[in-house]
Design a protein around this ligand. Sequence first.
Ligand SMILES: [Zn+2]
Length: 220
Amino acid sequence: MAKQAGRARRADDDAPIPLKRRRRRPDREAAEAAVRTLIEWAGDDPAREGLVGTPDRVVRSYEEFFRGYETDPVELLQRTFDEINGYDEMVVLKDIRFESHCEHHMAPIIGKAHIAYLPNRRVVGISKLARLVEVYAKRLQIQEKMTSQIAGTLSDVLQPKGVAVVIEAAHQCMTTRGIHKPGVSMVTSSMLGAFRDDPTTRREFLAMIGTPGSHGLENV
Ligand SMILES: [Zn+2]
């Protein structure tokens, strides 16, 4: 008995620590103090009437901007449907609007994602595709990474014949600071399986989503 318990304890010690526990998260008070520091750094007085409630509001905004860390994207896609009546055509969800933040400046990235996959017996509810974009968008991101994370997760979980993800987005770190270039959008894509190997499949998808860059991101 005692030996067994000892073994169990050792096994626990060796077990990988879940990501959520490994990341030490400061408490709310520390986060609000950090915002007060940034207000002072900007040159204003955090005790001024209009700014007194700001740290609390900023921290609550952050909970919303970065809530993607709370959801496991693989778990999100777990519920799939096997009964697809032989449907083996492309599934496309286009113009999925998202808001993210660049990991270099923590400035907003606002854009649209277009996702397609070629089912291989399993499909997933389309709202889950939009949620998948959301889970990765609500983190500190770079657009290239987000594009391949979405494609890679879909590919791993659904094991489809192919996955295509195109993202077009405006980066406010480029439009409101630095080189100040409004109206510029960045387009990234990740093509896997049939979308990479078969030009006809890729063309069909690109025709369905229209010309990237023509989706009116100029106003964001
Ligand atoms: Zn940036």
